[in-house]
Design a protein around this ligand. Structure first.
Ligand code: NI
Length: 175
């Protein structure tokens, strides 16, 4: 397994619509394992393939608490089958938007269909944090970030700060 560098916004590679996985082969199984390891180390509760530069519809999530047993989900081609009318507001963060957070409103409950690491079609219901996390990661597969759900004013403020941090990092790396 390998830990991979995570792309930080703003970056056009995070704006890409990812292609469906044709088959869950050895490459996809390895990708899922590497993504999960990268996510745990970050640490984060979800990661989507485009965040490590792979434009495939693959996400991993694990919303288990620090003191709980790990409960990872590895999903290829996740699809929402249904969402609740009730919504839930949660303060979201993202490994591609380090140190920035904002309240995002999403459906509280979802039903999702996906292929697991064995290529088996699975269906599950999720609510609360897990539902939010799955929706957040699925957004990445369509080139959307959580800041795309908030006001343009707040989004631009966050992206401007990230651009500034990147420039600072680049100039210090060049010295
Ligand atoms: Ni994210």
């Amino acid at each position: 397994m390998a830990v991979l560098p995570i792309i930080v916004a703003p970056d056009r590679r995070l704006k890409v619509k990812c292609a469906p996985v044709k088959a869950v082969d050895a490459d996809i199984v390895r990708l899922m394992a590497n993504m999960l390891e990268t996510m745990y180390l970050a640490p984060g509760i979800g990661l989507a393939a485009p965040q490590i530069g792979v434009t495939k519809r693959v996400i991993v999530v694990d919303t288990a608490g620090k003191d709980e047993e790990r409960k990872p989900y590895k999903m290829a081609n996740p699809e929402l089958l249904g969402v609740s009318a009730e919504t839930w507001v949660h303060e979201e963060g993202c490994l591609s938007l380090p140190e920035h957070y904002a309240d995002v409103e999403r459906p509280e409950r979802i039903e999702v269909r996906y292929l697991d690491e064995n290529g088996k079609q699975c269906q599950m219901e999720a609510d609360g944090l897990l539902a939010t996390c799955i929706q957040h990661e699925m957004d990445h597969l369509d080139g959307l970030l959580f800041v795309d759900h908030i006001s343009a004013l707040k989004r631009n403020m966050i992206l401007r700060k990230l651009t500034k941090t990147k420039k600072l990092n680049l100039s210090s790396a060049a010295e």
